[in-house]
Design a protein around this ligand. Structure first.
Ligand SMILES: C[S@@+](CC[C@H](N)C(=O)[O-])C[C@H]1O[C@@H](n2cnc3c(N)ncnc32)[C@H](O)[C@@H]1O
Length: 216
């Protein structure tokens, strides 16, 4: 085991958050209204949004694919990192979430840069042509992450950016949770990512752990 002089604690997370761009009033309202509407508050953190925005900008991404829209928070954040002719295509299974996200995207500063597709991630990704996106962000049902990854490998092509949320399994990565299928699915996916010779990836210890990888 490599000695680790820098152990990430809650204090580190808070320190990072305090020094990272936070939500503007629009995003604060979106979250408050989503919670009132009974939508779970399981969006990515502002620090993770910043990380993803910076990586998207560095990649010069124009076309981004997301699986798991929820209230539209991460889609709006990613769209803000794209050029004026950029587009985030975000896939959502739950009609209530898709309705909410669409209504907030329509009144956001990135109206016209985000489109919501309704349905199952695997079904919709299967219809998308090769090399039709520059980056993808996986943030839906963990069991299907490997399926999403295979589709995204084709849809992105070489140089494509792969991001995936919850690499720390909702904080339970090392917990003894034999019946928690989501945690087991995350562990399997992390091992798949680590074994992929064609992806240069790393888990950024931000939020619940965010995979960032480039297809080589
Ligand atoms: C963690 S939330 C996404 C959070 C969002 N990316 C954000 O940070 O603002 C996961 C979402 O994936 C959706 N979902 C679950 N299974 C899905 C599937 N098979 N296909 C598409 N969306 C799915 C859920 O309904 C939920 O809205």
């Amino acid at each position: 085991m490599t000695d680790n002089p820098c152990r990430v604690t809650q204090r580190h997370y808070d320190y990072v958050a305090e020094r990272t761009r936070g939500d503007d009033d629009f995003l604060k309202s979106l979250k408050a209204e989503a919670a009132k509407a009974g939508i779970p508050s399981i969006w990515i953190s502002p620090a993770q949004a910043s990380l993803m925005q910076i990586v998207l900008k560095l990649r010069g991404a124009k076309r981004v694919l997301e699986v798991g829209t929820l209230a539209g928070y991460s889609a709006i954040q990613m769209a803000r990192a794209l050029p004026a002719d950029g587009m985030v295509t975000t896939i959502e299974l739950e009609p209530k979430h898709a309705d909410f996200a669409e209504s907030w995207i329509a009144k956001s500063d990135v109206k016209g840069k985000v489109r919501v597709l309704r349905g199952k991630g695997a079904d919709l990704l299967a219809t998308m042509p090769a090399k039709s996106a520059d980056a993808c962000f996986l943030d839906a049902d963990k069991d299907n992450y490997p399926v999403y990854l295979d589709h995204c490998t084709r849809i992105l092509g070489k140089g494509g950016l792969v991001m995936a949320d919850n690499a720390f399994a909702f904080g339970k990565l090392f917990a003894d949770v034999p019946d928690d299928s989501g945690v087991h699915a995350v562990r399997r996916f992390n091992d798949i990512m680590a074994a992929r010779k064609d992806i240069h990836g790393v888990i950024a210890p931000i939020g619940d752990g965010c995979w960032v990888g480039v297809l080589e």
